[in-house]
Design a protein around this ligand. Structure first.
Ligand code: PEP
Ligand code: CO
Length: 395
């Protein structure tokens, strides 16, 4: 039997100033219709099952942190056009059907390495935890967690899903775009659980994933996700051990269903070479089946001297290369990519290290608009997808 883990023990939750207001919001959300249907989630599980067997490729991509202000026709149309364009390219170059999944319609909650942020003038504020919780502006009112934002988040996600369904209906290839996000905020996620034909499912999105900071196999998030019928992702960062990876695969997928659990590997371009072979071996020998996705972004983040976060495009390509080669060497299928991308003309990830006194960083406002991590722009995303397709085709 699994030990029940109380919600109050869950990591990365905000301190709501008014618990009674939170209860009211949960009740309201629980009375609303589910954002996605169980049947749609089952279609995605089926497609992931094919990808796990090497008969399709997954492309999961979108913003690091979606903003409520971008739940509007133009920004959403641009994001869907980017995702379907990348999927079409991957399909053409790899010769395999593609499963497009947005980091969209709910990617509103962010885990933080520190609960507090110190401003240059010494002021300390609660960290921005995503639009579902508070606002990024650096003042105490904006940063105070406000549970009513969960209702706005629901409305924004519902709007985005309507756009997404409309767009899917007009796609000549008939490829639906699925919605995914990090299931981080307990109050929001549990209020949107719905009964399904076989147990419960998360109606907040088709696929939900557990972040690297909340993926302990005995933690609240994993225990919660294990009970869902949705496909579930889990981020695999460098603090993982082979034994913990095996435990995670089993806890999340006790029946060993292919396509049910995706390991979203984000080890960094150097550490992947040491860690992924151990994980691949251990999962093959002792684990439940997992679908292997490559997130070449989150293990390659660093800060410029200005404090701005960036990522080197070269490191991102390197990690993707290592991912494909290592899995292929272990006779496992590299099933796809998990990326942070934007159709906006930004320079958030950079081509070469430039943060020296003679060559100052070219990561500059206003071409850095991410509310959280640095994203690939249109051209950088195209190149990476082509690179990945080339790697998988040659195998
Ligand atoms: C993210 O995907 O934005 C994220 C926070 O990832 P991770 O949990 O891998 O750090
Ligand atoms: Co991110």
């Amino acid at each position: 039997m699994t030990r029940p883990v109380a919600e109050r023990e869950a990591l990365q939750q905000p301190e709501w100033p008014d618990p009674a207001a939170v209860a009211g919001v949960r009740e309201t959300l629980a009375g609303r219709s589910g954002l996605v249907s169980e049947a749609e989630c089952a279609v995605l599980t089926g497609q992931l099952d094919r990808a796990a067997r090497g008969e399709a490729v997954v492309l999961q991509a979108g913003d690091c942190a979606e903003r409520f202000t971008e739940a509007a026709p133009e920004p959403i149309a641009a994001r869907l056009a980017q995702l379907t364009g990348l999927a079409a390219r991957l399909r053409r170059d790899s010769g395999l059907p593609v499963v497009p999944i947005g980091r969209i319609a709910g990617q509103y909650a962010k885990p933080r390495s520190s609960a507090w942020e110190r401003l240059p003038d010494g002021t300390v504020l609660p960290a921005y935890r995503g639009d579902l919780v508070n606002r990024p502006e650096a003042d105490p009112v904006s940063r105070t967690p406000d549970p009513h934002r969960m209702l706005t988040g629901y409305d924004c996600a519902a709007f985005v899903l309507r756009q997404l369904r409309r767009r899917s209906g007009t796609d000549p290839a008939g490829v639906p775009v699925f919605a995914s996000h990090e299931a981080l905020l307990c109050d929001y996620e549990t209020a949107l659980e719905r009964p399904g034909t076989s147990g419960r499912y998360a109606s907040s999105g088709h696929l939900v994933w557990i972040g690297d900071r909340t993926r302990a196999s005995d933690g609240w998030h994993v225990r919660w996700a294990a009970e869902l019928s949705n496909p579930v992702g889990v981020k695999i960062g460098p603090s993982i051990t082979a034994a913990e990876a095996v435990r995670l695969s089993r806890v999340l997928n006790p029946q060993g269903r292919p396509g049910k659990v995706s390991f979203i590997v984000r080890l960094g371009s150097q550490r992947i070479r040491r860690i992924l072979p151990e994980l691949a071996l251990a999962i093959r020998r002792h684990g439940a089946p997992v679908l292997w996705l490559c997130d070449p972004m989150h293990g390659n983040t660093y800060r410029l001297r200005s404090g701005t976060k960036t990522r080197l495009v070269e490191a991102i390509h390197d990690e993707a290369t290592a991912f494909v080669r290592i899995l292929a060497a272990h006779r496992l299928h590299p099933a796809g990519l998990h990326l942070e991308v934007t159709p906006e003309d930004v320079t958030e990830c950079i081509a070469a290290p430039v943060d020296t006194p003679v060559s100052p960083a070219r990561v500059a406002q206003p071409r850095y608009t991410s509310a959280c991590d640095p994203r690939l722009n249109r051209e950088q995303a195209d190149e990476l997808v082509a690179h990945f397709a080339g790697l998988t085709r040659r195998r």
